[in-house]
Design a protein around this ligand. Structure first.
Ligand SMILES: Nc1nc2c(CCc3ccccc3)c3nc[nH]c3cc2c(=O)[nH]1
Ligand SMILES: [Zn+2]
Length: 374
């Protein structure tokens, strides 16, 4: 087995790259979209479904699993792979973002972040070392450092101080998990808010530490698509060309294609799974909502271009009926389809980069997605 952490770039098309990232649980072909499975499950899907839609790697969440059922329990029961019967790679977030966005009453010090559980209000402390230990207990193949994701609009001085703390925390995370330890990888996370000069400083400081990959954090926090693209265009090219670049929390199909064009290799977003819950479906002809009356007697497949179980087996009328009846199967079929849409788009992206045809692919998706606002 090729050494975990090895990142081979197989083809380039402009700044877009198609490559492979080796992990302890197999090879990930990039660019890759990673379904979010916060509580050790991609909501409403089982591992067989994830294999059927050709998911390569799924995300888990340190904060949630530490709170419930407990990272040490998961470790005793085989880590996420044994516990959730998932035999492919897992990436876990450090919990930093979730603490800042979920838990109440938090305080940040040099030591770490203290917060209260969103479940029972009990007090907790995440240090960089603790965040790494939890991810080690979860058996994560790709771990993230503990970072502070500053809120959109945070002013310059606080952002500048915060990125320095994030860098010191990143170094402590690396010390807690030395490079190569049992084949698990550790990624740094670039912060710096919406200030280009601070992004440069954060990236340069993190690149002094030997990480197997680098994430761009602090984006997709409520800013406009143009602002996200502006900071991404500034930050992505600074990061090492020979390491994977992971844009956290992004995004819509067009955001992802724009990210690939700027040299990003890895993406995650709750959009496909969250939108499934409210009937918003991604198709080759743009975004639609299945509850619309026009689908009431429509016997055609949701998306003729899609190869997923929902599109192969059922009509739009049936999918609309399930949604209107609030049937559980509605959420499951909508999720299967939306994730397959994202994963199939990434398969097309990897193929197109290999053929030097990425821009044509991006233009095709833009034509379908420009008008449906999304
Ligand atoms: N640690 C961290 N996570 C972020 C996430 C969660 C991604 C995630 C990873 C794994 C599981 C769930 C969620 C963000 N989501 C949108 N914007 C985000 C920014 C950050 C960030 O700056 N730092
Ligand atoms: Zn489908």
């Amino acid at each position: 087995m090729t050494r975990p952490g090895t990142f081979n770039i197989l083809a380039r098309d402009g700044a877009a790259r198609h490559g492979t990232l080796e992990t302890a649980h197999g090879t990930v072909r990039t660019p890759v979209f990673m379904p979010v499975g916060t509580q050790a499950t991609v909501k409403s899907l089982d591992p067989r479904d994830l294999h059927d839609i050709r998911a390569q790697i799924v995300l888990g969440n340190t904060y949630h699993l530490y709170m419930r059922p407990g990272d040490e329990l998961v470790a005793r029961l085989g880590g996420l792979h044994g516990f959730a019967a998932w035999d492919r790679p897992v990436l876990t977030d450090s919990g930093g973002y979730q603490v800042f966005s979920l838990a109440g009453l938090r305080e940040i010090t040099e030591t770490g972040v203290t917060f209260r559980s969103h479940i029972d209000g009990s007090p907790h402390l995440f240090t960089p070392e603790k965040a790494v230990q939890i991810q080690q207990n979860l058996g994560s193949d790709i771990m993230m450092v503990l970072d502070e994701c500053v809120a959109y609009g945070t002013e310059y001085d606080y952002t500048a101080k915060s990125l320095e703390l994030t860098t010191r925390w990143a170094a402590r995370c690396r010390d807690e998990h030395p490079i190569g330890q049992n084949g698990r990888l550790l990624f740094g996370i670039v912060q710096g808010g919406f200030y280009e000069d601070l992004r440069t400083i954060s990236a340069q400081q993190l690149m002094e530490i030997p990480f197997e990959g680098f994430a761009i954090g602090g984006l997709s926090v409520g800013e406009s698509p143009d602002e996200m693209r502006r900071l991404l265009a500034h930050t992505a090219p600074i990061l090492p060309d020979d390491k994977p670049r992971y844009l956290m929390g992004v995004g819509t199909p067009m955001d992802i294609l724009d990210g690939v064009a700027l040299g990003v290799d890895m993406f995650d977003c709750v959009l496909p799974t969250r939108n499934a819950r409210n009937g918003t479906l991604f198709t080759s002809f743009g975004k639609i909502n299945i509850k619309q009356a026009r689908f009431k007697e429509d016997d055609s497949p949701l998306d003729p271009e899609c190869d997923c179980y929902a599109c192969r087996t059922f009509s739009r009328a049936y999918l609309r009926h399930l949604y209107m009846a609030r049937e559980l199967l509605s959420y499951r079929l909508n999720t299967l389809h939306n994730l397959r849409f994202y994963l199939k788009m990434m398969e097309e992206v990897r193929e197109a980069i290999g053929q030097g045809a990425f821009e044509a692919l991006r233009a095709r998706y833009r034509a379908a997605y420009e008008q449906s606002e999304q």
